[in-house]
Design a protein around this ligand. Sequence first.
Ligand code: E4P
Length: 218
Amino acid sequence: MKFFIDTANLEQIREAQDLGILDGVTTNPSLMAKEGISGYDNVMAHYRAICEIVDGDVSAEVIATDFEGMVKEGENLAVLHPQIVVKVPITKEGIKAIKYFSNKGIRTNCTLIFSSGQALLAAKAGATYVSPFIGRLDDISTDGIGLIADIRLIFDNYGYETQILAASVRHTMHIIQCAQVGADVMTGPLSAILGLLKHPLTDSGLAQFLADHAKVNE
Ligand code: E4P
């Protein structure tokens, strides 16, 4: 499973990249706003800065909601850097835009997916990734991981190459469950990725090894 980090914070992206296990980055307008990035030139410069830190795909979301606007924005984003993947919401106009981008060889991430029907439509339109938001489904007492499993079944039934990018991952168990049900990618916060490292027996075991080593190597 690929590991993407879900942030526009350059420091956190650098920290994850330094671990050597980072496969890409996802951003959204809220995450860009959280970093105080505004204005066309600053937004484009920020995406470029992210691409310079990581080796993998970087999702950059369109703001327009109409087909023409999405196409214009998406084409500008796509030429910004070869690692950019154009993120498009799952709407009627969005599906048309994904089909258009797919025909042009521009890679897309279809976002705000909350049902398997939405994922199926996005795959049919040729999306490179679909982003089901598992944390937001869990927030309203709906089974986010179950949705990933449903989409996996549907895509495998028909051999769709669209990758399932589990988004809105909130904690370590989400990451493990995504891997169990066969998500191609998960995108989550640095805290969830680093949380996978933690085990008290690792800490106590290492402390014991170092203490035993010290006893005979004074
Ligand atoms: C997806 O790409 C989104 O950026 C993100 O995962 C949303 O997560 P949230 O529900 O924690 O805001």
